[in-house]
Design a binder for this molecule. Structure first.
Ligand code: MG
Length: 171
């Protein structure tokens, strides 16, 4: 494997684990505020991010590459309202999209068609992640100031269930 493609793929394990840690910190914020639905949403999001990390890890192993696990940064954001984490999540997902795009660009440069194909799932996944994050922001802006509507949003988020992403489930 091309050295730059390898470095970016290996780094992405760390970035996805950081995403998991970040969303777990968002879940803590909502849990501590009594919004168990929003907490549930971000707990599931945290699991999905850990899954993403494993998908990159597995891909390296499947291609005969060693994995180097790096230190995970501490999530350090402090929030004082219910909208702020949702906006931070949208911003973060746009950043992750830029990381996936950068790996893809490196794979193109290296004519690494296998990695390009592998990344296709993440390209589509990032579109969904940004869309979901944007919906969360929009709904909170529309309804979040009303206590009853906020309760309903929280109940809706409580119904989200975890499912294993298809590449990890072997589909
Ligand atoms: Mg991810």
């Amino acid at each position: 494997m091309d050295a730059r493609v390898y470095d970016l793929l290996n780094d992405q394990i760390n970035k996805e684990m950081y995403s998991s840690y970040l969303y777990l910190s968002f879940a803590d914020f909502y849990e501590e505020a009594g919004l168990k639905g929003f907490a549930n949403w971000y707990e599931i999001q945290a699991k999905e991010e850990m899954d993403h990390a494993l998908i990159f890890r597995n891909y390296l192993h499947e291609n005969g590459c060693n994995v180097k696990l790096l230190a995970i940064d501490q999530p350090d954001k402090v929030f004082d309202n219910f909208l702020a984490p949702l906006e931070a999540a949208l911003e973060h997902e746009k950043y992750v999209t830029s990381l996936i795009d950068a790996i893809y660009a490196a794979a193109v440069d290296a004519k690494d068609y296998r990695t390009m194909k592998f990344l296709d799932w993440f390209i589509a996944e990032q579109q969904e992640e940004e869309d979901n994050a944007e919906t969360m922001v929009t709904r909170m802006k529309l309804f979040g100031d009303d206590a009853k509507a906020l309760y309903d949003l929280d109940q809706e988020n409580l119904s989200r269930v975890y499912s294993t992403p298809s590449p990890l489930a072997g589909k």
